[in-house]
Design a protein around this ligand. Structure first.
Ligand code: FAD
Length: 315
């Protein structure tokens, strides 16, 4: 163990060294992170950050890992996986405050149990509250911006905790101020819901129906969801990739789903390199055939121009 690793272990005994990132991404791809910290307690956040800053260790924030592609060589720095999990209801005002680390599935269950409605359309939406706020995640016509009241955010620029109202977050399709400013870290979010007249059983039935529809459209397998943003509602990336003749295309262990052109799958021990090559092929073919530039929705923390993007994006 290096001197720095020893120091780190002494201050944060739960920290893991050389943690395989494949275990923390729905793609199941990624080499080791030098340091890996599971943040369970918000109070610890500034301590870990101070340590990283003092030691000049780059930081990468991780939520549920459902929208990331890690480098095959891993990450030379500290991955902070946000696993804070408090959920607090204000039943008089039909509001819920959820920590950034709360999985959307858990939040949805808790709201139904508390006879609140509003999140049902998110059945099957992977990831954490923090990841959803940052990327304005959504499905079935419900985006984060539609129900978010405010978010509590740690600003790395001045190490202050700030409350951002919905309108301050500049939400747009799969985008927000947080995505544009990697120094903004979501700590928790407040959502506006409504009282539900339906029984828990009735709400579950509605969700089962939504989940069934979703299952018919989306493939199973090791994936990070839609790889590219839709250039426009009329031109979804999946349709463009399909019309470029690439459904089912395989490079190495990676494949474009037969079911949905915008789903890239780790079919057989794919590397990040395989996925990137496949994505670049899709970009080239779609550009050549339709003159449209596809832009990644998945956050890529992998090699580019000899320097890892992770290093560039890391804080
Ligand atoms: C099968 C499948 C289906 C999907 N379907 C949909 C869908 O229908 N709609 C949709 O919108 N998305 C979909 N996705 C993508 C994904 O679920 C969302 O993007 C999700 O919101 C990502 O959240 P996460 O916690 O997993 O983020 P991660 O993958 O952990 O991180 C994504 C990015 O957010 C950053 N980040 C994470 N937490 C924080 C935080 N607290 N503060 C600041 N930055 C943070 C990370 O640094 C990274 O850059 C799907 C993914 C899969 C695997």
């Amino acid at each position: 163990m290096s001197e720095l690793e020893e120091k780190c272990k002494e201050l944060f005994p739960d920290i893991r060294l050389k943690e395989p990132l494949e275990n923390h991404s729905t793609f199941r791809i990624g080499g080791p992170a030098d340091y890996f910290y599971q943040l369970k307690d918000e109070e610890e956040f500034s301590k870990v950050l101070d340590f990283c800053r003092n030691q000049k260790i780059p930081i990468l924030i991780l939520g549920g890992g459902s929208n990331v592609l890690f480098d095959d060589k891993g990450f030379r720095g500290m991955v902070i996986k946000i696993e804070t999990e408090k959920i607090e209801f204000d039943l008089n005002k039909n509001k819920v405050v959820a920590d950034a680390g709360v999985p959307i599935s858990k939040l949805l269950r808790a709201t139904v149990q508390n006879k609140l409605s509003g999140l049902e359309k998110w059945i099957g939406l992977p990831g954490s509250v923090g990841g959803a706020v940052r990327g304005n995640a959504g499905c079935n016509g419900l985006e984060t911006k539609d129900i978010l009241i405010s978010a509590k955010i740690f600003d790395l620029k001045d190490s202050k905790i700030k409350e951002f109202k919905n309108k301050d977050l500049d939400f747009s399709y799969r985008n927000s101020k947080i995505k544009e400013n990697p120094e903004l870290i979501v700590l928790s979010a407040t959502f506006q819901l409504q009282k539900s007249d339906a029984t828990e059983e009735e709400q579950r039935k509605i969700m089962m129906e939504i989940a069934k529809n979703r299952g018919q459209k989306q493939p199973y397998g090791l994936t990070a969801g839609s790889f590219f943003k839709n250039p426009s509602p009329e031109q979804p990336a999946g349709k463009l990739i399909e019309e470029a003749g690439l459904k089912g295309k395989v490079i190495g262990g990676a494949a474009i789903s037969e079911k949905h052109g915008n789903f890239f799958i780790n079919k057989n021990n794919a590397t990040a390199k395989d996925i990137i090559e496949l994505a670049n092929l899709a970009k080239r073919q779609v550009q050549a055939k339709f003159g449209i530039e596809l832009k990644e929705e998945v956050q890529i923390f992998t090699e580019k121009n000899g320097k890892t993007l992770a290093e560039k994006q890391a804080i």
